[in-house]
Design a protein around this ligand. Structure first.
Ligand SMILES: [Fe+2]
Length: 197
């Protein structure tokens, strides 16, 4: 167990359980994104302390959904513009929840959560950061998040196969994803236990 971030990890575990109580899908999705993000980070050679923070941020990337009303969070159809802007607040809500922990590392985790929906071309949210000004943890989580969201079944969407997901993500390369991290991801996912069929 990493002693530096012990308190943070214990708080994160409790928040993760709270998220499961709120929305079981988001918790399961977050667990898979946590595992995939950690694999990407390890493949990129991040040191163990960074891997621990990345893992924590990935586990909690959608924790802000705790504060999204049911009629938006659990809606089966597509969201209208007002509902989308409510949903988009989850990254800032998540940042605030994690900042409130005030533990070693919580500021880094909170920042990674805030930026997990930024696009590499600057067209994401909430701050329209671009390129390497997006924290590396957020760029990693974004790739794992997109893969898992498309590869698993939702109330409003059937699961896509691995090849279909990778085709879509390749098309989005450069505008949504960091090309260098995506190149690492395309290699490791083929051997990963989290690769879907
Ligand atoms: Fe998210």
């Amino acid at each position: 167990m990493n002693e530096t971030y012990l308190a943070l990890i214990q708080f994160a575990s409790a928040l993760s359980i709270a998220l499961k109580e709120r929305d079981a899908y988001t918790r399961l999705h977050s667990d898979r994104v946590m595992n995939l993000s950690t694999e990407i980070g390890a493949h990129l050679g991040l040191p163990s302390n960074d891997l621990m923070l990345l893992k924590t941020a990935a586990a909690l990337h959608d924790v802000g959904k705790i504060g999204i009303p049911d009629e938006v969070l659990l809606k089966e159809g597509s969201l209208d513009n007002d509902e989308l802007s409510i949903m988009h607040r989850h990254s800032e809500r998540g940042e605030n929840i994690v900042l409130s922990l005030k533990q070693d590392g919580s500021d880094i985790v909170a920042e990674a959560i805030r930026h997990h929906h930024e696009f590499f071309n600057g067209q994401g949210y909430p701050d329209r950061l671009a390129g390497e000004s997006i924290p590396i943890f957020s760029r990693i989580i974004s790739i794992a998040d997109n893969y898992d969201a498309m590869a698993t079944r939702r109330v409003y969407q059937d699961a896509k196969c691995h090849t279909a997901v990778m085709d879509i993500m390749s098309d989005e390369l450069g505008h949504k994803h960091d090309p260098v991290i995506f190149a690492a991801f395309t290699k490791l996912i083929e051997k990963s236990e989290f690769r879907v069929r």
